[in-house]
Design a protein around this ligand. Structure first.
Ligand SMILES: Cc1cc2nc3c(=O)[nH]c(=O)nc-3n(C[C@H](O)[C@H](O)[C@H](O)COP(=O)(O)OP(=O)(O)OC[C@H]3O[C@@H](n4cnc5c(N)ncnc54)[C@H](O)[C@@H]3O)c2cc1C
Length: 467
């Protein structure tokens, strides 16, 4: 036997792909395999936007493999059974896989290892494919993971990521291993009209243009909602059409404050992954409980629904929520404001918001989504868990001309400048077209008072962010 299977999961690329490099070393034959895993669908993660993006990625991966003399093998079903079946059909003696962090991924890896070993085959799991630094590689003296970002970042920054690998020039895939037809996004219902295209070719073009014309100004412009001046690489990192280690290398090579700020965000991504790897339960449970008794019942559900629909009466929140629905993506500042509004101003459970985000986000990711939600809700790793973001003040600050709001909330298209952030104060001609826009679901002072009662905090402890 001199054949290997490479099981692609969240690493749908040919550049900088250690499992593929190892599997094809010495001219071995390779079966590049993707399994549409029934377990992922059963857990509610196979939502239209990510399925559509995935379809693009699989087609692009197949095309890239064909250019190199190979092809992608696609199967559907129970992942361990399918991998064993393909390994047997190809008479492969080893299977290569990228390490991943969720409880499900750990279980999959263990079950796969046992099933393959029972058949006399070996599983090779590769670190630093989907992260820059492997989860668990850096630990403080007294714990199995870092609970605070700053000391983690200090240690993380001192690491030198491995050198990126080129894409293979040619590959040899054995005959006789059948594949299903590749999916197409056109056949999928419920996909957001403005969803970005997926695939490694698109990802590498986006990366090149980001390095050329976005990165340098990232530090000053990353919070500018209307400017849309972040990389928008998150779906490519989620599906692994780009390698985070390669991104760090290329950003550092470009250098400057923009590059440093961008690399810091990639460290946040690794940070959340090392938390989830060490504490898999935090995908659903509070990382640090604040003993919340979140609102429930009809009025809480009505408020949550107004939030989902982008009809809270707070323009910057509604703009962000409508961007999410239309694009399957939302600006980071919008995510922070929308999450703070739901969990603190409306005092609705972070899990309600996290679920809605996961239903729509093309980059919807268990580690980044759940742990950012927890960070904002104050049940996670934020060292100031009771900070509250004021949507009017934050709107004025991060959308000073009101252009972001007017882009996404057509009822307010006639409102001038920053006045758009307080539509209840508009008068006369400025109110034209505003008829269908709702009044605020809650008075901000009332929301704050409710949150304060719930967390039993005084004003000074609350860190209200009015700037
Ligand atoms: C409530 C909430 C939910 C979120 N859910 C997700 C999610 O499901 N998936 C996801 O990838 N990101 C999530 N984020 C983090 C962040 O908002 C997005 O990664 C970012 O907006 C993506 O846009 P970008 O690629 O242009 O980011 P850039 O600003 O260009 O940053 C570059 C990359 O760094 C990483 N990054 C940036 N900010 C963070 C962060 N706060 N935490 C971890 N990694 C970060 C991302 O991989 C991102 O692509 C969430 C943030 C919040 C507040």
């Amino acid at each position: 036997m001199n054949t290997s299977v490479v099981l692609f999961t969240a690493d749908l690329r040919l550049h900088d792909h250690p499992p593929l490099r190892a599997a094809s070393a010495g001219g071995r034959q390779v079966v590049p395999l993707f399994v549409r895993d029934r377990g992922v669908a059963d857990a509610g993660f196979a939502v239209p936007n990510r399925l559509a993006f995935l379809a693009d990625c699989l087609r692009d991966l197949d095309a890239g493999l064909r250019e190199r003399g190979g092809r992608l093998v696609l199967r559907s079903g129970e992942v361990v059974e399918e991998v064993c079946r393909v390994a047997a059909a190809a008479d492969a003696d080893e299977v290569h896989l990228a390490a991943d962090v969720s409880a499900y991924a750990h279980l999959r890896e263990e079950r796969l290892r046992r099933a393959l070993e029972a058949d006399g085959r070996r599983l090779h799991v590769h670190d630093t494919v989907t992260t820059v630094v492997a989860p668990g590689a850096l630990t403080p003296a007294s714990s199995d993971h870092f609970a605070v970002f700053t000391p983690y970042f200090r240690r993380w920054s001192a690491q030198r990521p491995r050198d990126p690998l080129g894409a293979p020039r040619s590959l040899s895939v054995p005959d006789g291993v059948g594949s299903e037809r590749l999916p197409s996004r056109d056949a999928l219902p419920g996909v957001s009209a403005g969803l970005a295209a997926g695939g490694e070719v698109v990802a590498r073009k986006r990366l090149a243009s980001w390095l050329r014309s976005g990165l340098a100004a990232y530090e000053e412009r990353h919070d500018d909602l209307a400017g849309d001046a972040t990389s928008r690489l998150s779906p490519h990192l989620h599906f692994g059409t780009l390698s985070p280690a390669e991104l760090v290398h290329r950003a550092r090579r470009a250098g400057g404050p923009g590059a440093e700020a961008f690399v810091r965000q990639l460290a946040w991504r690794d940070f959340h992954r090392q938390v989830l790897a060490a504490r898999p339960a935090v995908a659903a449970a509070d990382y640090r409980t604040r003993h919340d008794h979140w609102r429930s019942g009809r009025s809480a559900e009505e408020d949550a629904e107004a939030w989902r629909q982008g009809r809270t009466g707070y323009p910057v929140i509604d703009a962000a929520m409508r961007q999410l629905r239309y694009e399957g993506w939302m600006h980071n500042r919008g995510r922070l404001l929308a999450a703070s509004f739901l969990t603190k101003t409306l005092y609705v459970d972070w899990r309600v918001g996290a679920r809605h985000f996961l239903d729509l986000l093309v980059d919807g990711d268990l580690a980044n989504n759940q742990l950012n939600w927890q960070w904002v809700a104050g049940t996670g790793t934020d060292t100031r868990p009771n900070r509250v973001l004021n949507p009017v003040a934050q709107g004025r600050r991060h959308d000073p001309e009101g252009a972001y709001v007017r882009r996404w909330v057509p009822e307010l298209a006639g409102a001038p400048g920053a006045a758009v952030h307080e539509p209840w104060k508009l008068r006369g001609a400025d109110r034209v077209g505003i008829g269908a826009y709702p009044d605020p679901v809650v008075d901000l002072a009332d929301g704050l008072a409710r949150f304060r009662r719930a967390r039993s905090k005084t004003d000074t402890e609350l860190h209200i962010k009015n700037k």
